[in-house]
Design a protein around this ligand. Structure first.
Ligand code: ADP
Ligand code: ADP
Length: 231
């Protein structure tokens, strides 16, 4: 279902970091778990098409997003991924509705000719965002920001959802609630998911298989429950 073979050397000053991530999973929802600096965000950005690869192959549900051997490299738009960035990545100068619409209006996607308001409207309703549509990110709460970012990610009707520490920016109480909401959404939408997290609780609720990553490599995999037990 998800198959990754990702190779990229990034240079940071005199140091080099080698990302060599290979994994294959039949699970619908997987998590990448590992310490800070392990290469989790680079991996997600590579899948999203935002990090050029030295070589590799990325296949999701039978769709080849990238294959250096065969010369296939879909554009970020054509990949049709819902990418929930760490800290949400909302544009501060755009209102909530403009943020949600951004992926669609900039030609990132024209979902089968459907008009923008319809697609966005579905998620505005689902997340109860009507009252804040004309607010700016600085004027809304953390939980609202999370929902706005999620509405933006889902409005592209993604073939894969990329969640980069989706709950890390929330306080403890909200975190528990949003974790449940995300899990409910996952089972309702049935979209394959790659989750990045530091928190075994997130993995238990939001993933079916966990891959441990360190120093740019996959060390092994386990069940979310196994990860929890090992902490
Ligand atoms: P391009 O080839 O289009 O310039 P890159 O793959 O070089 O694209 O860069 C894409 C992203 O990868 C950058 O926005 C940056 O965040 C990250 N990146 C680029 N260079 C480095 C680097 N030397 N070290 C770490 N990350 C890097
Ligand atoms: P993680 O998400 O697991 O915390 P990252 O994927 O962000 O780790 O980063 C992996 C390593 O790649 C970092 O330790 C750093 O050395 C390097 N790196 C990533 N992005 C950049 C960047 N924009 N500039 C310099 N180095 C980077």
């Amino acid at each position: 279902m998800i198959s990754l073979d990702i190779h990229r050397r990034v240079e940071a000053g005199t140091r080099a970091f080698d990302l060599d991530v290979s994994l294959s999973s039949q699970a619908r929802r997987i998590a990448l778990f590992g310490p800070s600096g392990a290469g989790k965000s680079l991996t997600i950005r590579a899948i999203a098409g935002l990090l050029r690869l030295d070589r590799g192959c990325i296949v999701v549900n039978g769709v080849t997003l990238y294959d250096s051997d065969r010369g296939i490299a879909l554009s970020p738009q054509a990949r049709r991924l819902g990418y929930l960035q760490q800290d949400y990545g909302l544009f501060p100068h755009l209102t909530v509705i403009q943020n949600i619409a951004f992926g669609l209006t900039r030609g990132w996607l024209n979902p089968r000719g459907r008009r923008l308001p319809e697609v966005a409207r579905r998620w505005v309703d689902a997340f109860d965002l009507d009252a804040i549509l004309n607010s700016y990110p600085s004027e809304i709460s953390g939980g609202q920001k999370q929902r706005v970012a999620l509405a933006r990610a889902l409005s592209v009707e993604p073939r894969l959802l990329l969640l980069d520490e989706p709950l890390a920016a929330l306080d403890a109480g909200l975190r528990v609630r949003m974790r449940e909401e995300l899990a409910a959404l996952q089972s309702r939408l049935d979209i394959p998911t790659i989750l990045i997290t530091h928190d075994p609780q997130d993995a238990v609720m939001l993933a079916d298989q966990v891959f441990r990553i360190r120093d740019g490599r996959i060390e092994g995999d386990c069940t979310p429950q196994g990860l929890m037990a090992a902490q």
